[in-house]
Design a binder for this molecule. Structure first.
Ligand code: CP3
Length: 344
């Protein structure tokens, strides 16, 4: 009955302590792989790359072929949502994303959901093709950015260190609540469509959750996430949802209790023993190797991996990094990492 029976990633998300634990890495498809760089060099515009199913499918599969990860993550980006809502998004070499900033209720008038699904149709096509082409023991993860993190890019107009414009607007404006409501609606619909097309689990990336004060964290991270989880569950009661409120600190506990997520991805500042004691009784924990240790490799990486495994393997656990893999990472260190997790 359970189609996920032979998929260790889904068993872990259903609450089972799987030995050895399933392993995949955030940003597992990307520039640290020469085969990714080769395909990527043929397309100027990064979003066009995401919107071309032939390329997105191939790039999703590349890390599976090398490492046999237990989950595949759809290849796309969190900024397809602002793009689909009508905000201009460009990726510039060496500079990251550049958007025309939204700073007022007036700026919001140019955005809307009317073209959302048409615009994102190539992403849904990629999900469908992946669902029928990944190995049968591999789970397919769909994803989106969480409203707060996507809003920081929409408001700042670029990546930023302190997110000052978004954090200030969040304190004083009705317009900001409208932006979050729009993103909550669009993100819920987008993720439900990914599930309709064959995604077996969904992850919400809230990369900048940790910059908010506790009250703002409740309002802009917990509330929209809880709403999105509820809407997904109404449409797809059995699909697991994983939250990644990076940098949440002690707020991880409140986040898990109040959002209804099935799993939480933790960053590398969280002691694995604390996560085992406080979070694992409530949900599956995913994490949390320091991505720099995979660049370093060797005995230092091995010691970190073993420490995480020792702390978290007794409960429902998915091995991952604390944040995405970096372009400088030697591919052979990833192979070693997977071997250690699998008991070598
Ligand atoms: O995990 C995967 O393999 C799936 C693909 C994926 C990408 N981005 C591809 C990508 C996922 C899940 C993301 C999420 C994402 N995108 C986040 C949240 C997670 C995190 O890492 O914090 C954020 C904040 C973004 C926004 C984004 N996309 C930025 C800031 C940048 C530029 C900085 C950088 O790393 O280059 C991107 C570009 C991007 N997204 C690349 C990839 C592989 C590199 C672009 C390239 O190939 O030129």
């Amino acid at each position: 009955m359970n189609a996920g029976k032979n998929k260790t990633y889904l068993r872990a998300l259903a609450g089972e302590a799987v030995t050895p634990p399933p392993v995949w890495l955030m940003r597992q498809a990307g520039r640290y792989l020469p085969e990714y760089r080769e395909l990527r060099s043929g397309v100027k515009n990064f979003l066009d790359f995401c919107y071309t199913p032939d390329l997105a499918v191939e790039v999703t599969l590349q890390p599976l072929r090398r490492y046999g990860f237990d989950a595949a993550i759809l290849f796309s980006d969190i900024l397809v949502i602002p793009d689909a809502l009508g905000q201009k998004v460009a990726f510039r070499e060496g500079e990251g994303p550049v958007l025309t900033p939204i700073r007022s209720a007036d700026d919001l008038k140019g955005l809307g959901m009317d073209r959302l699904h048409d615009h994102l149709a190539p992403v849904y096509e990629t999900v469908s093709r992946l669902a029928s082409s990944i190995p049968e023991t591999t789970a397919l993860i769909g994803f989106a950015g969480a409203p707060w993190t996507v809003a920081t890019y929409m408001v700042e107009g670029r990546g930023s260190k302190d997110h000052a414009a978004a954090r200030t607007w969040a304190f004083d404006g009705d317009g900001f609540a409208d932006l979050i409501t729009l993103l909550t609606d669009a993100t819920a619909e987008y993720l439900i469509r990914q599930a309709d097309h064959g995604a077996e689990a969904l992850q919400l990336f809230d990369t900048w959750a940790g910059v908010l004060s506790p009250s703002q964290f409740g309002r802009w991270v917990i509330e929209p996430t809880a709403e999105i989880v509820a809407r997904i569950k109404a449409a797809h009661p059995d699909i697991p949802v994983v939250g990644f409120p990076r940098g949440a600190g002690i707020m991880y506990e409140t986040f898990v209790r109040e959002t209804g997520v099935d799993g939480v991805s933790i960053d590398n500042s969280v002691p694995p023993s604390w996560a085992a004691r406080v979070l694992q009784p409530m949900c599956t924990v995913q994490g949390n190797l320091d991505n720099m240790s995979v660049i370093a490799g060797g005995p230092a990486m091995e010691a970190e991996v073993r420490g995480i495994l020792a702390a978290l393997s007794g409960g429902p656990f998915i091995f991952n990094l604390g944040h995405g893999i970096l372009p400088e990472t030697p591919p052979q260190n990833v192979a070693r990492l997977v071997d250690i997790v699998r008991g070598a």
